[in-house]
Design a protein around this ligand. Structure first.
Ligand code: HEC
Length: 136
């Protein structure tokens, strides 16, 4: 019995690193799929620069491929509207607000939503996104 138990244990010791290798492989596959999705974006003529950044930077996962919203607030009709923040105050969604919302997501939180992860977008990408959101 004791021997049996030892055999089982030593087998697990051999299998455990294999399992974590499998996990790493699965991650690599997932990342590869993301890259494929990015490279199969519609051509420039069909989507704006801002929508392209949204799709390639993962914004669309929460705000919708066309800004229709989801886990994050919708972008359609957002520009110029009144946004109620978590502290109960209201702000107008102007260019400065949108820029800050993207550059520093934790600065002002929209009421009723969870958190938005930070990003490392360039100023040019942020401006393209703001222009895109304004157009929706
Ligand atoms: C994991 C989901 C998620 C991702 C990815 C994400 N956001 Fe958000 N976003 C949110 C949530 C949740 C909020 C509302 C809470 C807050 O204000 O932080 C929000 C708020 C916003 C707002 C303010 C909206 C409003 O109604 O006032 C803007 C603008 C915005 N996000 C832009 C972006 C851009 C651009 C990207 C891509 C770089 C992005 N978000 C990526 C979840 C996300």
């Amino acid at each position: 019995m004791v021997c049996d138990h030892e055999r089982v244990t030593s087998r697990w010791i051999r299998v455990a690193p294999l399992l974590s290798l499998t996990a790493v492989a699965a991650l690599a596959v997932a990342c590869g799929e993301e890259r494929t999705a990015t490279s199969s974006l519609p051509p420039d003529s069909e989507i704006s620069a801002g929508q392209r950044v949204s799709l390639s930077s993962g914004c669309s996962a929460c705000h919708g491929p066309n800004g229709e919203g989801g886990m994050g607030p919708k972008w359609t009709g957002l520009f110029g509207s009144q946004v109620t923040l978590a502290d109960g105050s209201t702000v107008t969604a102007d260019e400065a607000y949108l820029t800050l919302a993207i550059k520093d997501p934790s600065a002002q939180k929209v009421k009723g939503y969870s958190v938005m992860p930070p990003n490392r977008l360039t100023d040019a990408d942020v401006q393209a996104l703001v222009d895109y959101i304004k157009s929706l």
